[in-house]
Design a binder for this molecule. Structure first.
Ligand code: ZN
Length: 61
């Protein structure tokens, strides 16, 4: 048995928004700047049930 790399429940999933880098390019303000990904909070791993919009609302308040 050498099938250890199959999809396992609970395995980390790379964040689709930043492609696992933990950083995204924000064009807010006119000039591109690299910011921590709000979807994975810079971890580069998808966070189940994480609401990026909630974080943006809190930051913009
Ligand atoms: Zn991300």
């Amino acid at each position: 048995m050498a099938d250890s790399n199959d999809s396992q429940p609970g395995a980390p999933v790379p964040c689709a928004a930043c492609r696992g880098t933990g950083q995204v390019i924000s064009n807010l303000g006119g000039s591109p700047s690299q910011v921590p990904c709000p979807w994975c909070e810079g971890s580069g791993t998808q966070i189940p049930g994480h609401d990026a919009q909630a974080a943006r609302r809190a930051a913009a308040a």
